[in-house]
Design a protein around this ligand. Sequence first.
Ligand SMILES: [Fe+2]
Length: 196
Amino acid sequence: MILTRENIDKLNKKYAKSERHYTAITVHAEIVNEIAQKIAMNAAIKVDSNLLEQACRIHDVASSSFMNNSDKDFDYKSYQLHAILGSAILLDEGVDPAIAEMVANHLLISVSKEDVENYELRIPVKDYSPTTIEGRILAFADVFHSKDPKFNSFESLVEKYQKFAPSQVKKLKDAVAEFGLPDLESLSKKYGHPLV
Ligand SMILES: [Fe+2]
């Protein structure tokens, strides 16, 4: 299946458990794509912006099954499964395996085998580091927005990672040094989602 905007929309709708989830996932995907495309324009390496856009718009296709009603009962250890299920869904739907791989590896900034073990993530123990520039940009852009909806500042991400996945702090800082920080204030105003 070619991931046209129409097909992406069909898949996001097909795998969302409710209209509310579908809207949250597609708005989030739109924002992640906007952040990712800005990063791609300034990247030192040539980025396939079309591939990046398709991956951004479909990356949370399986999130609905793992979305809870409030921040309080959010289980980040199980939520990581959404990437693996999403990748399996895309392969099953006949989507480009390169996109399925990007989806499988969009966990936090970059999750190693040791991270899976150390943080007891409920996913098969293996390395999930993104292998392409597009995959790295997708994972990086994704952390700055949550489907609550809200934008996550650099400071709030550092605080969160220090608590549950300290290896991500350095990875976040390295990624910021490489890609820069997205302008979250203007995005927060544009979409009306708070910046926390
Ligand atoms: Fe996401």
